[in-house]
Ligand binder design. Structure first.
Ligand code: CMP
Length: 139
């Protein structure tokens, strides 16, 4: 089934000028970038986005990191896009990520792990709606 998922190229990657390299891995995997915007995430946006992790010990650090430099928010479209992008990203911890995945190639640590991808179709819809309107998405 054709799906849409939400992606963020995180500050550790934009800082190292890796936007194009990350996008190449995404496109080579057959996912289409149907919306994309480079933004500086506000503290309020980051807190809302990561609300489910509010009780985790790393929440403060996560919000600080995500607001520390520009990010690129994206909508990706393709067959089983949610699961496919999670495969392409690799494990959250780059030490456990498979060869060829974005995190194996580029991530620095479990916190500074270069990309975010939605974990379910329902969350994809919620996350996309936090950053894009339907008119922004050109499929
Ligand atoms: P992400 O997919 O953006 O969703 C939650 C994020 O929390 C996750 O990627 C990691 O970057 C971050 N995270 C998970 N575990 C830790 C940790 N132990 N320390 C710092 N950040 C973490």
């Amino acid at each position: 089934m054709t799906e849409r998922t939400f992606s963020i190229i995180k500050p550790d990657a934009t800082r190292r000028n890796l936007t194009g390299k990350v996008n190449a891995v995404i496109e080579d995997a057959g996912l289409r970038i149907v919306a994309q915007r480079r933004i500086r995430m506000s503290e309020a946006q980051a807190k809302t986005f990561y609300e489910v992790h509010a009780e985790r010990p790393f929440y403060g650090e996560l919000v600080e990191f995500m607001t520390s430099a520009p990010v690129v928010v994206q909508v990706l479209e393709g067959e089983n896009a949610v699961a496919r992008y999670r495969e392409v990203m690799g494990a959250t911890n780059p030490a456990q990520a498979a060869d060829g995945t974005i995190r194996k190639l580029y991530a620095e640590s479990v916190g500074e792990n270069s990309v975010h991808g939605s974990d379910s179709l329902e969350n994809a819809r919620i996350e996309i709606a936090q950053f894009f309107t339907d008119a922004d998405i050109v499929g």
